[in-house]
Design a protein around this ligand. Structure first.
Ligand code: PEP
Length: 249
C-alpha cells in the first residue's frame, strides 16, 4: 500500500486583518518546538499572503492562496495570477472551493483551467469537490463528485503534486458532517478514480473538509482513505488549529 503524507490546510476565507498574522506565527512556533509528521499549510486572504509568507519563511508551515486567475498577467482588473501568488511566497492554492463555484459561478471547466494555471506558476493545487444536500438526499453524491472530478482534474496533473479536498457543500460552516462511513465511502471512490486516471493517483492526498474542529478531528482524520483536512473556521485561531494538526498524527 502506498503511504500518503497527510496535509492539514487552513482556509481563512475572507477573514483576518493585520492582527490575525500572529495566529499563523503562533502555529509555526508551536510546531517548531515539536515538529509534526504531517504537512501544514495556511491559506490567508490574498492581501496577507506576502506578509505571512515572510513571517513563516524557514518554518514548516507552508503558505497558500484561496484562488487564482487562469492567466499569468493582463487586463483582468482586481484579479491575481498564480505567478504573482508564487512570487509573494505562496506554494499551494485552493481551487474550486464551493464558495467560488456558487458565488463566482466557477464551473468544472473554469476549475480545470485554474489547475493548469497553478501548475504553470509552480503552485500545488488543492482541488475541491463536493455534493449539495439535495444531491446526497437523492442518493447522487458519488455520481456528482465523480463527475466533478472527471471534469475539474486535467490530465496535465499526471505525475504532478496535487491534492483533492472532498467538501460536502452542506457540511461547510454548518457544524454538520457526514458519518464516518459516508466519508470513507466517498474517499474510497475518489481514490479509485485517481488511481484509474493518474500514474501517481495512489499517492495523492485526499482531504476531508466541512466543519472539522478539535472535537471531531481525531475520528475524521483516522478514517480510512482520509489523508488530512481542509479546515475553515477552526483554522483562524491557533488554539483550535493546533489540536487538529496534532490529531492527524
Ligand atoms: C472550508 O472553508 O473549506 C471549510 C471546510 O470550512 P469549515 O471548516 O468552516 O466548515
Amino acid at each position: 500500500m502506498v503511504s500518503v503524507r497527510k496535509l492539514i490546510a487552513g482556509n481563512w476565507k475572507m477573514n483576518g486583518l493585520s492582527n490575525q498574522i500572529v495566529e499563523a506565527v503562533t502555529v509555526a512556533e508551536d510546531l517548531a518546538r515539536n515538529p509534526p509528521k504531517v504537512r501544514v499549510a495556511i491559506c490567508p486572504p490574498t492581501i496577507l499572503v506576502h506578509r505571512i509568507a515572510e513571517r513563516l519563511a524557514r518554518t514548516i508551515v507552508e503558505v497558500g492562496a484561496q484562488d487564482l486567475h487562469g492567466e499569468a498577467a493582463g487586463a483582468f482588473t482586481g484579479d491575481t495570477s498564480g505567478e504573482m501568488l508564487h512570487d509573494a511566497g505562496a506554494r499551494v492554492v485552493i481551487i474550486g472551493h464551493s464558495e467560488r463555484r456558487s458565488l463566482h459561478y466557477e464551473d468544472d471547466a473554469v476549475v480545470s483551467g485554474k489547475v493548469n494555471a497553478a501548475l504553470r506558476a509552480g503552485l500545488e493545487p488543492i482541488i475541491c469537490v463536493g455534493e449539495r444536500l439535495d444531491h446526497r438526499e437523492a442518493g447522487q453524491a458519488l455520481e456528482v463528485v465523480s463527475h466533478q472530478l472527471m471534469h475539474s482534474l486535467p490530465m496535465s496533473l499526471d505525475g504532478r503534486a496535487f491534492v483533492v479536498a472532498y467538501e460536502p457543500v452542506w457540511a461547510i460552516g454548518t457544524g454538520l458532517t457526514p458519518t464516518l462511513e459516508e466519508i470513507a465511502n466517498m474517499h474510497r471512490a475518489i481514490r479509485d478514480l485517481l488511481v484509474e486516471r493518474f500514474s501517481n493517483g495512489a499517492a495523492r492526498p485526499i482531504l476531508y473538509g466541512g466543519s472539522v474542529k478539535p472535537s471531531n478531528a481525531q475520528d475524521i482524520l483516522h478514517t480510512q482513505d482520509v489523508d488530512g483536512a481542509l479546515v475553515g473556521g477552526a483554522s483562524l485561531l491557533a488554539k483550535d488549529f493546533l489540536p487538529i494538526i496534532r490529531a492527524a498524527e
